[in-house]
Design a protein around this ligand. Structure first.
Ligand code: ADP
Ligand code: ADP
Length: 232
């Protein structure tokens, strides 16, 4: 079952001589219950693909479906609801709210939706990201690695159908990186979520079920059940 489909997606920036084709006809099915890595050189379109899939940016042509819903067909209200209820996103720059504590940031998607956390899952997510007493601190009192863990916890805690993560382990040492990857993998294996992660790290990619390689805005290769040797 496809949790999301990308059909002939093109995204350009600028025009004339300054035109950049960030995505150039990407077609991709993202399956329910699968953990996918997106890899490729800097500038190959990975972040643009994540943003278009998560309805944070609109494509120039082609389409994205989340479940049965084609993003082009949705109005602003429906898009807001989709982003809030069905999609989790881990930004490269974290995008935490500076005036809220770590715990409040993690719970924000649920409070906006007027929902209560599932106690077991909240505890598991928070324990895995390992913030301990730092949960009471504001983002500017946390290291980059700790802010990244808050961002990952926030994306997972409402159990969205699909999570897009832009380099979720980019600021972590290898041990905390491994913990975050285990958390992402267990949310796929044990809870049927779909996770799509941009990474440069072959070790991180080896945690996934599938690796999609981008170059110059196109899908150029794909691997299933990668191990480290394959990805390198
Ligand atoms: P990646 O995530 O693989 O590094 P990006 O999706 O960030 O790649 O960028 C793909 C291409 O689009 C690059 O050439 C980049 O410079 C360009 N690009 C991305 N965002 C913008 C923007 N807001 N304005 C102009 N060009 C952009
Ligand atoms: P990490 O490996 O998680 O990135 P660091 O080595 O950067 O952690 O930080 C070490 C310790 O210093 C952490 O316990 C963190 O909470 C604290 N720390 C880092 N940056 C800041 C800051 N700007 N304000 C307060 N504490 C900080």
């Amino acid at each position: 079952v496809a949790a999301a489909r990308v059909e002939d997606l093109t995204k350009t920036y600028g025009e004339g001589d300054a035109l950049v084709r960030a995505l150039d006809g990407v077609t991709l099915d993202l399956y329910a219950g699968e953990f996918t890595a997106v890899m490729g050189p800097s500038g190959s379109g990975k972040s643009t693909l994540m943003h278009c899939c998560a309805a944070l940016d609109s494509a120039t042509s082609g389409s994205v479906l989340i479940g049965e819903q084609r993003l082009d067909d949705l109005g602003d209200k429906a898009l807001t609801r989709l982003r809030r209820d069905e999609i989790g996103f881990v930004f490269q720059s974290f995008n935490l709210i500076p005036t809220l504590t770590a715990a409040e940031n993690i719970l924000l998607p649920l409070s906006i939706a007027g929902r209560k956390p599932e106690p077991g899952w909240y505890d598991e997510v928070v324990a895995t990201v390992g913030l301990g007493d730092r949960l009471k601190h504001k983002p500017n009192e946390l290291s980059g690695g700790q802010q990244q863990r808050v961002a990952v916890a926030r994306a997972l805690v409402s159990r969205p159908r699909i999570v897009f993560a832009d380099e979720p382990t980019g600021n972590l040492d290898s041990r905390s990186g491994a913990e975050v990857l285990e958390l992402l993998r267990s949310s796929v294996r044990d809870h049927g979520q779909t996770v799509v992660m941009v990474t440069h790290d072959p070790v991180a990619a080896a945690y996934t079920d599938r690796v999609v390689f981008l170059a110059d805005g196109r899908v150029v290769n794909e691997l299933r059940d990668p191990d480290r040797e394959h990805v390198i």
